[in-house]
Design a protein around this ligand. Structure first.
Ligand code: HEC
Ligand code: HEC
Ligand code: HEC
Length: 114
């Protein structure tokens, strides 16, 4: 093979790898507004939690990595209202506070905004 062809091949392989890695690693939006019904939406710092927690499944075992998945599961009756809030968000924030660590909010008005 000519060296030019080899060079082109190498470039192709690199571009291909970069594309695959980027496609697999969809970390979702940096900040998300979660639907909170009449109580008001919840601004949620998604990437801040990812950096703190590392394991995606701490949350995504409750709901898939899709926009509005919590609301969709509640509409289908596969998640109860306030289930994620109580069994995931507030549960962890309380546990961290008890352990004396930095923790997120546990008061209604600190999460829900109108
Ligand atoms: C502390 C909880 C939590 C952790 C940890 C978490 N997520 Fe999420 N993620 C959420 C919430 C909440 C939503 C929004 C769901 C909704 O809109 O109903 C979401 C939505 C998403 C979405 C779809 C929405 C979008 O912006 O495209 C993707 C993709 C995603 N997460 C990827 C990840 C990956 C990858 C990780 C691990 C590196 C991760 N998440 C870790 C809570 C979390
Ligand atoms: C740590 C943040 C957080 C705190 C604190 C919090 N909430 Fe929530 N709340 C959420 C999230 C996230 C949802 C959406 C997921 C769900 O329904 O579990 C939600 C959902 C709800 C819903 C259901 C909305 C619907 O129609 O689907 C109600 C009602 C509600 N919260 C009331 C309250 C009240 C009252 C308090 C205070 C006692 C409170 N929340 C404190 C995060 C929080
Ligand atoms: C497994 C633990 C864990 C879970 C689950 C979790 N959080 Fe947090 N959250 C934290 C910690 C720790 C902090 C404080 C991080 C810091 O201040 O550095 C925090 C901080 C926050 C903050 C404050 C951000 C700020 O700028 O001060 C909000 C809002 C929040 N969380 C909302 C939520 C919501 C909504 C959910 C559920 C969808 C959730 N969290 C689930 C651990 C968790």
């Amino acid at each position: 093979m000519k060296s030019k062809t080899i060079l082109l091949l190498i470039i192709f392989v690199i571009l291909f790898t970069v594309t695959i890695v980027a496609a697999v690693k969809n970390e979702g939006a940096k900040d998300i507004e979660i639907y909170g019904g009449k109580k008001g939406k919840i601004p949620f710092p998604h990437h801040m939690h990812q950096n703190n927690l590392e394991d995606c499944n701490i949350c995504h075992s409750f709901f898939p990595q899709k926009p509005n998945s919590i609301k969709d599961l509640k509409t289908k009756g596969q998640l109860e209202k306030k289930q994620v809030m109580k069994k995931l968000c507030i549960k962890c924030h309380k546990a961290e506070k008890r352990a004396g660590n930095k923790a997120g909010p546990t008061k209604c008005s600190k999460c829900h905004i109108k």
